[in-house]
Design a protein around this ligand. Structure first.
Ligand code: UD1
Ligand code: CA
Length: 475
């Protein structure tokens, strides 16, 4: 099977989205609508892919340059219909081989179905093949009109259809395969004498048939694959369908998903066998999760790497790397540049950014760790703040191996704490602490004896103090 050209029609205004973002750039399951179509198409390895752009041209072109640099665009200035858009896509090219035409707003289509369609078209020696579907609610779609022998006669648009034609449930998916040379001949013969005054690509079917072309109409098994997105209700519907498809695939490959309806995994994420996803979990972007890890409940991972056996619960992480058997959460925020080595811990109410945490080290509670390198086997006491920002610049903190940072420490960067050093709880550490030293940076405590009885007489505190067994309150 070889495919010469793919034409993606994506110039429409997408008015019903009511959005400043062009329709095909709206995303579901981690890709734009157009991104899904281009991804499916890439499985066919076409020599050329052309996208017809119009509305929101600059944004769409910039997006294509980013996600599919080999794909070219063709500009359609005014909406002239799908036939007009296809004319523009073919203009100035030498028609060769087989060509696939489809719309840019059908994110559910799979590369497999497209490959089957092209394969059937080529092996059957057809002039044109139309992908159709039995649709429970055909209103709005073009209808497939077949002759008594079952062969495809023509496609009638909803707005041009009579009562009998409107009753047909088999619809045109808007996906076609053509003999490029024959298409190039027929496309110039389109006329706009229809309800919308447009050049309909669908009309080439009747033209090719009248010229003796061999036409196939192939009905897809799963009609959800051809669903298009025209408004935000359909956007949410296709997102849910894609979620179910992705989750089904993951579960069949050995991933446990406790509640598939609240688990959202982008099509770009990679989840290994024996991972467990707990309810309310979102795994987005280029995230990879290795075997044996448990993610969730209520956890979001964006562009993260999670190694085998890690446990991440009730947390939010973006562009972070979580080592093997590391434990994160509950309620942990890992920002870009966080690198947790194996067997580390980032506990409750801990935020990290640009921080490398060495093997076996722990930041168990209530801390901010920013712009830091922490060695191995180190413990950062509860409520430690890495004071990395002087109001103008960010500074680094370097902490060695097997360090014990006391609770409620302020580590004012730039600062270095040597291997095996300790800091006293409640210290503001502003100078380097050498290896093996105890850094103390706090006022010495003094007790003002009898203060409560003198200054707060008659209070419950004074009463309690007076009856305390071992305290000589009078000093
Ligand atoms: C089209 C088909 C219809 C089919 C349906 C499937 C025609 C005449 N009708 O109808 O039979 O059931 O798709 O979803 O083809 N576009 C352009 N330039 C244009 C017009 C459209 O690029 O001038 C693009 C749109 O951006 C869209 C695609 O072509 O991606 C289809 O256009 P749309 O207006 O959505 O066609 P439908 O009315 O849905
Ligand atoms: Ca449409």
């Amino acid at each position: 099977m070889s495919l010469h050209t793919v034409v993606v029609l994506a110039a429409g205004e997408g008015t019903r989205m009511k959005s400043t973002t062009p329709k095909v750039l709206h995303t579901v399951a981690g890709r734009s609508l157009l991104g899904h179509v281009l991804h499916a198409v890439s499985a066919l390895n076409p020599a050329h892919t052309r996208v017809v752009v119009g509305s929101g041209r600059e944004k769409v072109e910039a997006h294509i340059a980013e996600i599919a640099p080999g794909v070219t665009t063709v500009f359609q200035e005014h909406r002239g219909g799908t036939g007009h858009a296809t004319q523009l896509a073919l203009a100035g090219t030498t028609p060769t081989g087989t060509i696939l035409v489809l719309a840019g707003d059908t994110p559910m289509l799979t590369g497999e179905s497209l490959a089957d369609l092209v394969e059937g078209h080529t092996s059957g020696g057809f002039t044109a093949t139309v992908l159709t579907a039995e649709h429970p609610e055909p209103t709005g779609y073009g209808r497939i009109v077949r002759g008594d022998d079952g062969s495809l006669l023509r496609i009638v648009e909803e707005k041009d259809a009579d009562e009998f034609e409107k009753a047909i449930e088999e619809i045109n998916s808007g996906v076609y395969v053509f003999d490029a040379l024959k298409l190039a001949g027929a496309i110039g013969k389109l006329r706009n004498d229809n309800a919308q005054g447009e050049l309909y690509l669908t009309d080439v079917i009747e033209i090719l048939r009248n010229e003796g072309g061999k036409i196939a109409a192939v009905c897809i098994d799963d009609f959800t694959e051809i669903l298009g997105v025209n408004d935000r209700v359909q956007l949410a519907e296709s997102a849910a369908l894609l979620r179910d498809r992705i989750n089904d695939g993951l579960m069949r490959s050995g991933v446990t998903i406790v509640d598939p309806t609240t688990t959202w995994v982008d099509s770009t994420a990679v989840i290994s066998q024996d991972v467990t996803l707990l309810p309310g979990t979102t795994i987005a972007g280029s995230t990879t999760v290795a075997s044996g890890a448990t993610i969730g409940p209520r956890t979001t991972l964006i562009d993260c790497t999670v190694a085998a056996g890690a446990d991440v619960k009730e947390s939010y992480a973006i562009s972070a790397s979580i080592g093997a058997n590391a434990s994160v959460g509950p309620f942990t925020y890992l920002r870009p540049g966080t690198e947790l080595a194996a067997d580390t811990r980032a506990g409750a109410f801990v935020e990290m950014k640009n921080a490398k945490v060495g093997e076996g080290s722990k930041v168990p509670h209530l801390s901010y760790v920013g712009d830091a390198t922490i060695g191995e086997g180190t413990n950062i006491g509860a409520a430690t703040i890495f004071v990395n920002y002087d109001g103008v610049n960010k500074h680094q903190t370097v902490i060695g191996d097997h360090v014990r940072v006391g609770s409620d420490s302020m580590l004012v960067a730039p600062i270095t704490i040597g291997d095996g050093a300790y800091t006293a709880a409640g210290s503001v550490i502003t100078e380097d602490v050498p290896a093996g030293a105890m850094g103390v940076g706090r006022a010495k405590q003094r007790n003002v004896l009898g203060w409560v009885l003198r200054k707060r007489p008659g209070t419950k505190s004074a009463e309690a103090a007076a009856s305390a067994p071992s305290n000589d309150q009078e000093g």
